[in-house]
Design a protein around this ligand. Structure first.
Ligand SMILES: Nc1ncnc2c1ncn2[C@@H]1O[C@H](COP(=O)(O)OP(=O)(O)OP(=O)(O)O)[C@@H](O)[C@H]1O
Length: 335
């Protein structure tokens, strides 16, 4: 078995830094060296079996962190361990214990049918036959890959390819899975399927998951804990509700009524303190459609039920605030 390590610090970073030396052109001929501190002194622990969101604006240092965790990049400073292993020193040994999915790139062979890519991985990772077959069968079933196995990867849609990539990352039973934007560009149904699969994986196998995303719904549905990074530093580590509170952010109900009506206004719920009731704020009314903002930390379901009881509701959706907006408000409120 692998290196023994405390389960509460399965992933461990202490004051980790990554500094890139870049040359920048100054004027026509001169080039100047300067430093980019992509990761600037980050420390955190992730326990075995946790599912953690790792979010932040573009260029914050997320991918650089993940690359250090996989051993692709060596930290410039600090200490980093995954399952007790120093990734950059023992990258190959670690590779047998981790899985990585980059939403924007594929690890599959472009010209080969999915099944052949998996066969290659079977050999590359020296996965025991039985384990390989069991894992493949399970992924094929849960990710609905049956009809796609003989299709060359280049002919797959983005959502199909992503499911194919997730299966590829799991064939060797990794203990840790790093997901970099796993639902980017997917339609609603594919997103739901990927999220459901990850939830089951985590619940059944106890796989530790570190998830980078710009989609707050991913976090909301999958992660009890979220870390926010910006300019290479950890800005927040806690629950999503806590993040919403820190950012005082709002979600939006988009309501389609049967006909055009004045802005929706709800009667207060009897017996509940006025201060404890979520406040609905009308943002826009356009014909029978209304946009209503409510505090992101409040639950949407009771609000929807109250609206449905009082108004002729035809359709509705809940829009999440985007991560950049939440983080911007977090700064503004001085957290
Ligand atoms: N190989 C490199 N050489 C020089 N600078 C780099 C390199 N890789 C990343 N950077 C810089 O480091 C910073 C952090 O980049 P990183 O890719 O980690 O951000 P990110 O949070 O993953 O962003 P995104 O959400 O856009 O993927 C950026 O300023 C980026 O330009």
């Amino acid at each position: 078995m692998g290196t023994v390590t405390g389960d509460d610090r399965f992933i461990e970073l202490d004051d980790v830094e990554k500094v890139f030396q870049v040359r920048r052109r100054v004027g026509l001929l001169r080039r100047e060296r300067h430093e980019v501190r992509a990761v600037d002194g980050i420390g955190f622990r992730v326990a075995r079996g946790e599912m953690v969101g790792y979010i932040g604006p573009n260029g914050a240092g997320k991918s650089t962190t993940i690359k250090m965790l996989t051993g692709i990049l060596t930290p410039s400073g600090g200490r980093l361990r995954v399952a007790g292993i120093d990734p950059s020193r023992e990258r190959t040994r670690l590779a047998h214990r981790i899985g990585v999915v980059f939403g924007q790139r594929t690890t599959l062979w472009w010209d080969l049918p999915l099944r052949d890519s998996y066969r290659l991985m079977h050999r590359m990772y020296r996965i025991p036959d039985r384990r390989y077959r069991e894992n493949l069968d399970r992924c094929v079933e849960l990710l609905d890959l049956g009809a796609l196995l003989e299709v060359p990867v280049r002919q797959l849609s983005l959502g199909q390819r992503m499911r194919g990539d997730i299966a590829a990352a799991l064939l060797h039973d990794p203990e840790v899975l790093y997901l970099d934007e796993p639902t980017i560009g997917l339609d609603v149904i594919s997103k739901a399927r990927v999220r459901q699969f990850l939830k089951e994986l985590n619940a059944e196998r106890g796989t530790t998951v570190l998830l980078t995303t710009h989609d707050l719904t991913d976090i909301e549905q999958l992660c009890r804990r979220v870390m926010v990074i910006d300019h290479g530093r950890l800005m927040y580590d806690g629950s999503l509700a806590g993040l919403h509170e820190a950012g005082a952010s709002e979600r939006m109900l988009v309501i389609d009524l049967e006909r055009e009506l004045p802005p929706i206004a709800l009667e207060p719920v009897p017996g509940v303190e006025p201060g404890a009731q979520p406040v609905l704020r009308t943002v826009k009314v356009e014909g029978p459609r209304q946009w209503l903002a409510f505090p992101a930390s409040a639950s949407a379901a009771p609000l929807v039920a109250r609206i449905a009881a009082a108004y002729p509701l035809v359709d509705l959706s809940v829009r999440e605030p985007d991560i950049e907006a939440v983080i911007a408000r977090m700064y503004a409120s001085g957290s």
